[in-house]
Design a protein around this ligand. Structure first.
Ligand code: FES
Length: 161
């Protein structure tokens, strides 16, 4: 067997191991497919001031506060379960409101109960040790575009026009 054959077999093996590893790190429950790159999540008019939506199918939280739009991953940083607003599995788009002064709702993980701040992705409690990633948001022709390839600070906002 040539060196080239050995290299190809090793690459194939590592590719299979890598794919299996990625599958096992998805974690608990049925995980929707991860989208990458720019994703159109809806018309900007769907978010009035101080509202958010948990988009289960896209694994995203998209909100609009007084400073503008933001997007957070809805995938728990512990073992990859999709977050929800309670301990149940995320199955439908869930809208909500942000309060300027009151207690904010927390995203919670149905697997091991980690919780996160819905306005900046900061870890609040539980097994997860990292904050949720925040993604770049742009407004294009009245549409909200979330780019998972570009992470930003959890406090970053895109001004509503
Ligand atoms: S997967 Fe979320 S707390 Fe374990």
């Amino acid at each position: 067997m040539s060196d080239r054959d050995n290299t190809l077999r090793r690459r194939t093996f590592l590719g299979v191991v890598g794919a299996a590893g990625a599958a096992t790190t998805v974690g608990c429950g049925a995980e929707p497919a991860m989208m990458t790159g720019p994703t159109d999540v809806g018309a900007a008019t769907e978010w009035s001031a101080r509202t958010w939506k948990l988009l289960c199918a896209q694994n995203l939280i998209v909100g609009r506060d007084d400073s503008g739009f933001y997007a957070l991953s809805a995938v728990c940083t512990h073992q990859g379960c999709t977050l929800n607003m309670d301990s149940s599995a995320c199955s439908t788009t869930m809208p909500g409101t942000l309060s300027a002064t009151g207690a904010l709702p927390r995203l919670s993980c149905p697997c091991h109960a980690s919780t996160f701040n819905i306005q900046n992705g900061a870890r609040v409690s539980g097994e997860a040790q990292r904050d949720l990633p925040a993604y770049k948001v742009t407004l294009t022709a009245g549409r909200v575009i979330v780019d998972r390839a570009v992470t930003v600070a959890g406090t970053a906002r895109t001004a509503a026009t």
